[in-house]
Design a protein around this ligand. Structure first.
Ligand SMILES: O=C(O)C(=O)C[C@]1(C(=O)O)C=C[C@@H](O)C=C1
Length: 312
């Protein structure tokens, strides 16, 4: 039986993303306390795959995930899921919003409800929790104090009637979504669907003026669209960065494979993080000079020259 791990405990948005994966409801599901623990369980062979958050439409990249998949033993993204995000404020019964002094939740959730909190509970401070569900479940423990509340997914309140919902739909941006990735150990790539994404982590070569431009040129010259690019410090020393990049297309697309080769020449430490189907099924527009056929024809022409026929 397949074993999946995820940023837990039960009731996180990450669990909701995992439950969308075919077979996950029937599989063994192991909640992890943080993103690193989930990824390490996959690396150690304790789980076949881990679901972790990577990007929120309001707060941006989940840096814990971007950094953890880009370093350490190699992993591969095999799937993505996008989940609409709505939040509720919960507390022990009898608490009023005006009484709330501490709101426990995940940093990304707090960032999405900051406006609501300053308007409705201006005296409340944020207490960081490892996930939204972890923050809410802590309210049920003996250590919880009057004035404690948590921001979490509505499912946590549905599953725990001991918690009272003080306010619903408290996110500042209606329509917020979070993107999650399913990560496994390196294996054969998921099949190309025509609506795929490829993720790489590219360290920026140092002492090379224009290196970022050279990296971007590899995509531009081959008509490959980027859907996300963000810089992250490598953590080695100040001023040393890598770029986390998502591109439209699969490593089996000739234009993407060619671009990856170009990137490797510029930045040999590049890390390939996977080619996988896009959650929205959107197909990229591929210009006629960068189709697989165009690359094959060009290769044939060069081979003809090298083979001495001189005919393409
Ligand atoms: O804490 C959770 O429930 C999570 O799944 C994590 C997470 C995140 O990392 O962004 C997921 C979705 C929401 O944006 C808030 C928190």
């Amino acid at each position: 039986m397949a074993v999946f791990t995820f940023l837990g405990p039960e009731g996180t948005f990450t669990e909701a993303a995992l439950l969308k994966v075919p077979g996950a409801r029937e599989a063994r599901r192991l909640p992890a306390t943080n993103v690193n623990a989930a990824l390490d369980a996959v690396r150690a062979g304790e789980a076949d795959a881990a679901m972790v958050p990577i990007e929120n439409s309001v707060e941006g990249g989940v840096t814990a995930t971007l950094d953890a998949i880009s370093t350490g033993p190699e992993l591969r993204i095999v799937r993505e899921e996008v989940i609409p995000i709505t939040f509720v404020l919960v507390a022990r019964p009898g608490t009023r919003v005006a009484d709330v002094r501490r709101i426990s939740t995940h940093g990304h959730a707090w960032a999405q409800c900051r406006g609501w909190a300053s308007a409705h509970a201006p005296d409340a401070v944020h207490l960081a929790a490892s996930s939204t569900a972890a923050g809410a479940l802590a309210l049920l423990e003996d250590a919880a104090k009057p004035g404690d509340a948590a921001i979490c997914a509505p499912i946590v309140a549905e599953e725990h009637p001991e918690l009272e919902v003080l306010a619903t739909d408290i996110g500042d941006n209606p329509g917020a979504v979070t993107r999650f990735i399913l990560v496994s150990r390196p294996a054969a790539l998921p099949a190309r669907t025509g609506a795929d994404k490829t993720t790489v982590a590219v360290p920026l070569p140092e002492d090379r003026p224009g290196a970022l431009m050279e990296i971007l040129e590899q995509f531009a010259a081959r008509g490959v669209n980027l859907s996300r690019i963000e810089s992250r410090p490598t953590g080695q020393y100040l001023g040393h960065y890598f770029f986390s990049i998502d591109v439209d297309g699969h490593a089996h697309d000739a234009r993407v494979a060619d671009a990856l080769g170009g990137l490797h020449r510029i930045s040999p430490e590049i890390r390939f993080l996977g080619s996988y189907p896009r959650a929205d099924g959107a197909r990229p527009v591929v210009k006629s000079h960068v189709t697989d056929d165009a690359f094959a024809a060009a290769r044939g022409w060069v081979d003809g020259i090298l083979g001495g026929t001189g005919v393409g």
